[in-house]
Design a protein. Sequence first.
Length: 339
Amino acid sequence: MNTARTVLVTGGAGFIGSHTCVELLERGHDVITVDDHSNSSPVALDRVQKLAGRPLTAYTADLRDRAALDAVFAAHPIDAVIHFGAKKAVNESTEIPLEYFDVNVGGTSALLRAMGAHGVHDLVFSSSCSIYGETTRVPLTESDPPRPTNPYAHSKWMGEQMLADVCRLLPELRVAALRYFNPLGAHPSGDLGEDPTGVPNNLLPYVAQVAVGRRERLRVFGDDYPTPDGTCVRDYIHVLDVAGAHCLALDRLVEGLQVLNLGTGVGSSVLDVVAAFEAASGCSVPYEVQGRRPGDVAVLVADPSRAESVLGWHATRDLTAMCADAWRFQRANPAGYAG
């Protein structure tokens, strides 16, 4: 491990951000978080500190508020940033596209400006496999052309393009953009997991809420895709594997922008996930098939070999472990953090 540093984590109370905060604290780093809690709970940060046995410093702020952001940088000797702070639901992005561009692109721009003003040059950027869009390639490598099909994906691709341009013009910057595929699971303690605000937009928290009785049935959007069972196929990856990759990327930054896929290289359909969760929980997950959602694509599976080469990283947990850990969190927190 490199020398311990002070790391700002934007979106630190969110699903991936909170798990990454635990990893950072356990590895000896000091952690500062900024989160507006539009899709997260401050309770998650209390649990992060309990699990890690170390404190962090948390701020409630919108990344687009430059005064608030500057105040955070001025108050702490920040060495590096991990940037999760963004809106992240494909379907929602087709309903409120301008909000997605404003938050995701505008927030990243404001963050880069604040970093520049305070002499911070190291950044790990939360990107997304969604930028690959509609493709027949399986698995996908980092050199495959982006074909984003929805505003969320476009906003992440625009973030990468902005970072590439800024890195060319400011050679002191060291940036890793991690295109992770579909994070699932929870901390094995059952204390930390995925608890979205309102109706879940992602598959597994919806499945878990059906299993625990919070929702009547799962909605499966489309069963006529060109896949073995007609439902969308994704490369699901345990959130702790994702968190670990962010910590490794932070330790292995190089000048300029490097782009890395995070995935398992194995695709699972929506119905595969339902079956795996039923096996892990012992609960039935009834579902009904509805029409396809705008912006969804049939198959997205990663080739993660570059991440293994550059970071020495590979996924270590399978779909069974993801579902078992997610169920442990949901069973212990049937109403989420609010309960």
